[in-house]
Design a protein around this ligand. Structure first.
Ligand code: SF4
Length: 461
């Protein structure tokens, strides 16, 4: 991955991007604040959401097996995938078994995470994105920069030009209604012809084997009901124990995400039913690093995330750099804590530093993920991972010196003697050798002429 500072430098030069981001995030933020204020029990809902997610992670092994049994009892098939390759292979196998060369897809971050479209393309199968923004990105070979509004970095005249070159030759209007109509006409035939649909999911219910997808456009419902075969890729952390838990999350999610009281489309299905929806249903349960995240007692709360994107919309860093600077399908504050854990800190070490630690993300998170705390935890890991042997030895020595009063007093005496040539006007402005990096950007206070302990001894005996 390109490091965040390098990638951000490029994105910051894009004035259009910053204008688009500001307009979009300001609007969503205001809508969210309004609908959240309507609920007198919002804090209790957040507590409930957090408690349910904590319970899920504590008993994930049991809930996964319960979910598997419930799906199979309802006529579905369950596939277990340790990583992206296994998940992609499971989807490709189902598509190949039905002899299709195209599947229709619901917008899904999980399938983006595993690179499903590219993997299917290698198998000779085209994955057609049917969400309006995802379709735009697919037609232009671009990729998402926001969890919920993937094409937030594009404006409507760019989209009109793209459609004129691809799916709607001759289109002149950049009115959003005309652009949506062009996409609708293009997609409708493909929905009707599709024999395999692919989706992610917002929630899976362990108790009943039900899968839930929420969306705004209705394309998701087309994908999950029209094709006779449906494959859902579900991250293992997306489970909820009981059907009644949806009562909490279907209030938290739309309000935090699009600032709506309810999503326009909430689709729920349980296995297969005669004469209603797909005749064949597969669910791929995806790990892909999640069990590694689960092992970290501080970092595991990142798995509570319900992908609402509220943390992106309030983040002062995201609002200036946009999503591409994060180099992942999970941008913003959640990306900064999730990606380094999924990929290993050595592969995304700069991301936990992509934050001012202002805490705005924590305040809006509907499941109370303490993002600043996890960021600090991961920063410590990143520093630890790249510290040189000299740095490590120095830190250990400092810890030893600070660990005993006599040792500290001796170090202070030595420091007082050693610092004399460098103190000018009561501060140290320049140190020699490797220590020069420290004074390159800040002045250093010299060791005090007398320590507090010695003053205390002298004054109070
Ligand atoms: S971390 Fe919280 S605020 Fe951010 S996307 Fe996830 S649930 Fe939403």
């Amino acid at each position: 991955m390109t490091s965040f500072p390098e990638a951000a430098r490029v994105e910051l030069a894009n004035v259009q991007l910053r204008t688009n981001l500001r307009n979009a995030t300001d609007t969503i933020r205001a809508k969210r604040a309004k609908v959240v204020d309507e609920l007198p029990d919002w804090e209790e809902l957040r507590d409930a959401g957090k408690a349910i997610k904590t319970d899920v992670l504590a008993h994930l092994d049991e809930y996964l097996l319960q979910f598997e049994s419930a799906v199979e009892a309802a006529g579905g098939h369950v596939h277990w995938a340790r990583d992206a390759a296994e998940a992609n292979a499971a989807v490709a196998t189902v598509a190949r078994a039905h002899g299709v060369d195209e599947v229709v897809k619901v917008k899904s971050l999980t399938t983006d995470e595993i690179g499903l479209n590219a993997a299917l393309a290698e198998a000779g199968i085209h994955a057609l994105e049917t969400d309006f923004a995802e379709l735009i990105l697919q037609l232009d070979g671009d990729w998402s920069s926001h969890i919920l509004v993937p094409a937030i970095h594009r404006n409507r005249s760019e989209i009109r030009d793209l459609f004129a070159r691809t799916i709607a030759p001759g289109i002149e209007s950049d009115d959003p209604r005309d652009l949506a109509e062009a996409a609708r006409v293009y997609l409708r035939e493909r929905f009707l012809a599709a024999r395999v649909g692919v989706s992610g999911a917002n929630f899976g219910i362990a108790e009943t084997g039900t899968v839930c997808v929420v969306e705004s456009e209705g394309n998701g419902r087309m994908c999950t009901t029209l094709p006779p075969v449906l494959v859902t890729v579900l991250g293992i952390e997306k489970l909820l124990p009981r059907f009644s838990d949806l009562e909490v999350f279907l209030q938290l999610l739309p309000r935090s995400a699009t600032g709506e009281r309810m999503n326009p489309y909430t689709s729920l299905w349980t296995g297969v039913s005669d004469g209603d929806g797909p005749e064949e249903f597969h669910v791929v349960l995806l790990d892909n690093g999640r069990t590694r995240v689960l092992r970290d007692e501080v970092g595991r709360q990142a798995l509570h995330c319900i992908r609402c994107s509220a943390c992106l919309n309030v983040c002062p860093v995201y609002s200036r750099t946009g999503g591409h600077a994060y180099g992942s399908v999970y941008p913003g504050p959640i990306g900064a804590i999730l990606v380094p854990q999924l990929l290993g800190i050595e592969n995304a070490a700069s991301l936990p530093f992509a934050s001012s630690l202002c805490g705005a993300c924590y305040e809006v998170c509907p499941v109370k993920i303490d993002i600043p705390k996890v960021l600090l935890h991961l920063r410590a890991k990143a520093v630890e991972a790249k510290a040189s042997a000299t740095e490590r030895t120095s830190m250990r020595t400092v810890a030893w010196l600070f660990g005993g009063p006599r040792r500290l007093a001796a170090a202070q005496r030595l420091g007082r003697a050693g610092q004399r040539p460098f103190v000018r006007g009561g501060v140290i402005r320049r140190l020699p050798g490797p220590l020069a990096k420290w004074t390159g950007t800040r002045d250093l206070k010299p060791v005090a002429a007398e320590s507090f302990r010695s003053w205390w001894r002298r004054e109070r005996r």
